[in-house]
Design a protein around this ligand. Structure first.
Ligand code: C2E
Ligand code: CA
Ligand code: CA
Length: 601
């Protein structure tokens, strides 16, 4: 392309030569080829003409009355660095000099042949055009980069970087003026479901609509930013009181809750909002703590049932800190031995023999006594620590089992049962991990059983493969707490499991006078299990009457305080040998449910 059309640059060629005839003939050559040309006879003339006409190319004679052509070239370039300058010279030997100067883009030896001259000028014009066009593109790109560095491309809202900046400014202003700054953390509820069900393109359109609504509903002074995913932050300078912040939150929740139509389908989204306000003077707060506190409050709003708002308070922070400490100490506990396994015997109801045991976690947390799983497993599940903890429990159980076996303690037909969380079972390599552990500790697969809960079966497709691989290995698999959860009886038929553990809620009804329905359910579950070829265990057996009832129903196994509390390995093997007293004469004292339960926090 030519230089025409590039902003600020004409297609004009300026010819500077004090020899009138040479100058005029060059101008004529250009004009006759349709290229607009101007002439100048001196340095002063030339510079004035450059300022007025912004020529695209300048041709300069080597000798001028008021300076050398090379000096003029330098001045011309000072004014317009991109302009090609061609030198006219009578001396071919100037070749090296020209190259050294570096200011010139080409030179022409006089006398100049018109065709060669035209060609050189055309090349220079073309080069000039490209350079200018390139510059325009680069500038456009730089503007775009600057935009993208600060704005979210999907919604057009300020992004996190710009939010940080605005938030710091608002915080500084709050400190200066003593006003209260509010930060609202907005999170769409169950947005992942929309993405999963309708695809990301629908999700994106919804996010755009929600962003528009937030931007339209904000007060003039507020900043609405996209924090990431389906999270937005609204910065409200001078918000006044918590009541007015709550009103803003309610307005936003109302706006976001209006039906949204994408591709003809109506969607109704809700949002949860966490609010935090700067304290007096906003002295102890920075952008990061404000965002974190608003985020914490948003989680509370979700816990409280979604589609609402919560105001951050210190107690919330304490809970977060407490959770953090539990997580940190648990992580440590796996290494320091504070986390341990206890074992609760499993008894064959017809013979009274111990045929297995269930491994259960206990946490001897320094300064807190012994803590039961109910108090720490939820934190482990939420933080993802359940993965490493589950691996730890399996490793520990198999390590101990192999030691017992080498010591000749393990009777034939004995199985050690280990609880497995849904999280672990969702790992496609889970069966491989088990097989590796069995090899490492040289434990026969028939000695290991895994207890899974119905929750783990929600994604049946993936789980079935893992379960199939486990069965193939020869590992036992029990469905735990059976009847208490989300039972889908049709799965039972298909699942490669070996046994059912009837939830203790049903067992506890067995000796309640007049509780015929509970008894009927247990009988039904036992029959169901047997019809499917499964071993049936009643858990939480606490009284002789419950044992008797289970026996009558033909239930295979029992587990519960009636037989034994969860206890140490020594206690387990003492019981297995039916003496009630361990080999070295120490009286066996099982875990007391009251002492542990009483000490849990
Ligand atoms: P669960 O698998 O149903 O384990 C049985 C629970 O019932 C144990 O509670 C046990 O101490 C208690 N129990 C045993 N007999 C009786 C009885 O006669 N009456 C009553 N009321 N309770 C009895 P624990 O040890 O507190 O464990 C609670 C839950 O924590 C377990 O329920 C299991 O879901 C989970 N858990 C424990 N250890 C592990 C583990 O290593 N991994 C995983 N993923 N979960 C574990
Ligand atoms: Ca269990
Ligand atoms: Ca259970």
């Amino acid at each position: 392309m030519t230089a025409d059309g590039v902003a600020g640059v004409s297609g004009t060629v300026l010819v500077v030569d004090d020899d009138d005839s040479v100058r005029q003939s060059l101008v004529d050559v250009l004009e006759s080829a349709g290229i607009h040309a101007l002439g100048a006879s001196s340095r002063v003339d030339a510079l004035a003409c450059q300022v007025r006409h912004e020529p695209a190319v300048v041709v300069v004679d080597y000798r001028l009355p008021d300076c050398s052509g090379i000096d003029l070239a330098r001045e011309v370039k000072d004014h317009d660095p991109e302009v090609p300058v061609l030198l006219l010279t009578g001396y071919a030997s100037l070749d090296t000099a020209v190259a050294a100067v570096g200011q010139l883009d080409a030179y022409l030896i006089k006398p100049v042949a018109p065709q060669a001259f035209l060609q050189t000028i055309r090349n220079a014009l073309a080069r000039r055009g490209l350079v200018s066009e390139n510059r325009v593109l680069v500038e456009r790109l730089q503007r775009l980069n600057a935009y993208q560095a600060l704005y979210d491309p999907l919604t057009g809202l300020p992004n996190r970087a710009l939010l940080d900046d605005r938030l710091s400014q608002a915080l500084a202003a709050a400190r200066r003026t003593g006003s209260t700054l509010g930060v609202l953390f907005v999170d769409l509820d169950r947005f992942k479901v929309v993405n999963d069900l309708f695809g990301h393109h629908v999700g994106d359109q919804l996010l755009r609509q929600m962003a528009d609504r937030l931007a339209a509903a904000r007060r003039k002074s507020d900043t609405v930013a996209r924090f990431g995913g389906d999270e937005f932050v609204v910065v409200c300078p001078d918000v006044g009181s918590s009541a007015s912040a709550a009103r803003i939150a309610e307005t936003l929740i109302g706006e976001l809750g209006r039906p949204a139509i994408v591709e003809g389908v109506e969607h109704r989204l809700t949002a949860s909002i966490g609010i935090t306000l700067t304290g007096p003077g906003a002295m102890n707060q920075n952008s990061e703590t404000l965002l974190r506190n608003a985020d914490t409050a948003m989680y509370r709003a979700k816990e409280a049932g979604r589609a609402g708002w919560e105001l951050f308070d210190e107690a919330m922070r304490d809970r977060v800190v407490e959770r953090f400490e539990v997580e940190r100490d648990l992580r440590l506990g796996m290494e320091t031995g504070d986390l341990v396994l206890v074992y609760q015997p499993i008894v064959a109801l017809n013979s009274g023999q111990v045929v297995g045991a269930e491994a259960l976690m206990r946490w001897h947390r320094a300064g807190h006594g012994t803590i039961l799983p109910v108090s720490f497993l939820p934190v482990a599940e939420e933080s993802g620590l359940i993965g490493p903890m589950g691996r730890w429990a399996l490793d520990k159980a198999l390590c101990e089992l192999s030691a017992w076996e080498r010591a000749g303690l393990v009777p034939s037909e004995f199985r050690l049962w280990v609880n497995v969380s849904p999280h672990q079972l969702a790992d496609p390599t889970f069966a491989e991990q088990i097989s590796e552990l069995l090899l490492r500790y040289d434990v026969p697969p028939g000695m290991l059983g895994l207890e899974i809960v119905e929750d783990a079966l929600r994604d049946v497709g993936a789980t079935r493969q893992v379960l199939g691989a486990l069965r193939h290995l020869g590992v036992g698999v029990n469905l735990d707490d059976f009847g208490a959860g989300y039972s889908n009886l049709s799965w039972l038929q298909e699942l490669p499991i070996t046994g059912l553990k009837i939830d203790r809620r049903f067992i506890s009804t067995l000796d309640v006078a007049g509780e015929t329905r509970g008894t009927a359910i247990v009988q039904g579950l036992v029959s169901l299990g047997h019809a499917l070829g499964l071993t049936v265990l009643g858990e939480g057996v606490e009284t002789p009457a419950q044992v008797q009832a289970l026996e009558l129903m033909g239930c295979d196994l029992g587990q519960g305080y009636h037989f034994a509390y969860p206890g140490s390995a020594r206690q387990l093997w003492a019981m297995t040998s039916q003496t009630g007293v361990s080999a070295d004469g120490i009286e066996v004292r099982w875990e007391s449910p009251r002492s542990t339960a009483g000490r849990q926090d």
